[in-house]
Design a protein around this ligand. Sequence first.
Ligand SMILES: [Zn+2]
Length: 287
Amino acid sequence: MALSFPRSPKPSWPGGKQCAVALAFDLDGPTGDAMLDGSLSRNLRYFTEGAYGPWRALPRLLDLLKAHGLTATFFVPTWVVLHWPGRCERILREGHELAYHGHRHEVFRDCSLEEQRAIMGRSRDIFASRLGIKPLGFRTPSGDWGDETADMLMEFGVIYSSSMRGDDRPYFHVRADGGRGLVEIPARWDIDDYTALAYFEDPDFPIGLDRISDYRLVEQNWREEFRGYYRDGLCWTTIFHPKVVAKPGRLRILEGLFRDINEHPNVWITCGAQIARWWIAENEEVA
Ligand SMILES: [Zn+2]
């Protein structure tokens, strides 16, 4: 008996495209607790592990994206911009998007509104002075935020976030005054490469350090996820990290995924900002 799948209401995409794909990579670098508490400079081993992302993994990921003709969004803490400006310039030069991800990968839900505002201000200034850009997107480094965060982000010219989990289509946040807020392009924890591939000894994650999945199954899982979004005409994005997935042996996972995406006809492969602009234009009349 043939299976039939329930379908979510399908958004419309430009030029009648079947679905939207916004590949997204968080270029965290050596961020997290060690950076926040200042121990990073005394802990070169951890520095080496985290620095692998911008230093070694990013160039080969950019090569792979170029080879497959794909564009992506990179959410980058501005501490990483300060330490690897040349790497970040290359991201822009090759047509990808850079977007906000804190300065030191701060836990936004633990920061006061004023602290969040200060982080955003610092990041805005670094993006402007070092790279000459004014990013439009934001992904919370901590996976959550405060009630006022979404409205505050708009003060910095942000038009979209990719921080929430509750849908597989874009939607609008609602402002405190009831008006229309940021576009949200939701992702999912299970499309985070940490889920299947993370192994960090110091600090140890996952606890027990015993949870790396078979690479062929990871590729298959991610391809199936893309195919589901394609079938139902939804908006697929990822929470991938160069330091996790763009290691030499793991590049095959991405290669298989990228090939599969390209083999599907009529996919809108773009970056988060383009999806947000489209969503805003499409819904102009209900503003
Ligand atoms: Zn991150």
